[in-house]
Design a binder for this molecule. Structure first.
Ligand code: AMP
Length: 277
């Protein structure tokens, strides 16, 4: 059974005990409602660490006032079972009061990579993410932390934050795990209507055909994507073609340096996906 640890002090104590025995500690930060994508990160963590901590915390400070914090799916009992099967040593599951005991007035804010894509449509989101990941790093004191490529912008921002703030943590980015019909796995998929769930795989179907097609213009791709999404009841939040390192916009797709990232609203559910060219 994984140890379920709620307090930051107890978590730090546990890691210090492991470290005394020369164990390397891996952290997989999540918001719970675990699926195969999360489990693949746990398996990746075990390749680099002796003890793996999965944090489960739905972080209020990364949700905007009109976003789905209250609706975000919470399945803690099932999550424990899944962690048990993966041999996870500890689940760090603090309450909001544990993480934010007093009104927080100190924040970690990455200022460049956070500007576009999800940062543009979700103001303050990445400030919440970098701040909570810093707090999770300080609570779980990992040697290695694993994040998913599905959140490509988030992964890049955290990588930069680790560099900028001298965290002594190796970051690993693991590939996106997909459903049988290639929809990127996401806790939010559970909130889709049956019809939207049926059509949502078309997001990745569109992305997947880009490298094979002759269309190279970002504008044309944006128009084609918007039409395709509109036909299936989706609304494009953004379709961005950017340099994979700087996230700066690219007008014509180049070989080997391009990230295409999208966000689509299907009803109240916002889905993201991406592909590297
Ligand atoms: P979340 O619980 O959605 O905040 O995600 C926690 C971690 O799991 C993040 O590093 C995500 O990038 C990663 N993740 C989420 N979905 C997937 C997926 N389908 N494949 C791989 N990693 C994922």
């Amino acid at each position: 059974m994984p140890k379920i640890i709620q307090s930051i002090k107890a978590m730090q104590q546990q890691v210090k005990t492991w470290r005394k025995n020369d164990h390397l500690v891996g952290l997989v930060p999540t918001m719970g409602c675990l699926h195969e994508g999360h489990l693949s990160l746990i398996r990746e963590a075990y390749k680099h660490a002796d003890k793996v901590v999965v944090s489960i915390f739905v972080n209020p400070t990364q949700f905007g006032p009109n976003e789905d914090f209250a609706q975000y799916p919470r399945t803690f009992e099932e999550d424990i079972e899944k962690c048990l099967k993966e041999g996870v040593h500890a689940i760090f599951n603090p309450t909001i009061e544990d993480m934010y005991p007093v009104p927080q007035t100190t924040w970690v804010d990455e200022e460049e990579l956070s500007k576009g894509l999800c940062g543009a449509s979700r103001p303050g989101h990445f400030r919440g993410v970098t701040s909570v990941v810093t707090k999770l790093f300080n609570a779980c004191l990992p040697d290695v932390a694993v994040f998913g490529q599905k959140d490509a912008q988030q992964a890049l921002i955290i990588k930069k934050m680790i560099l900028d703030l001298n965290f002594s943590i190796d970051m690993i980015i693991a590939p996106t795990v997909r459903e049988y019909d290639e929809l990127a796995m996401s806790s939010r998929n559970l909130l889709l209507t049956a019809e939207h769930r049926l059509n949502a795989p078309q997001i990745y179907q569109f992305l997947k055909q880009i490298p094979k097609s002759n269309v190279r213009s970002t504008r044309t791709l944006q128009q084609n994507f918007a039409e395709k999404m509109s036909a299936i009841g989706g609304q494009v939040d953004y379709f961005s073609v950017v340099s994979k390192d700087s996230l700066l916009p690219i007008e014509e797709i180049e070989e080997e340096n391009t990230l295409i990232a999208v966000a689509v609203r299907m009803g109240p559910v916002r889905l993201i996906d991406n592909i590297f060219i």
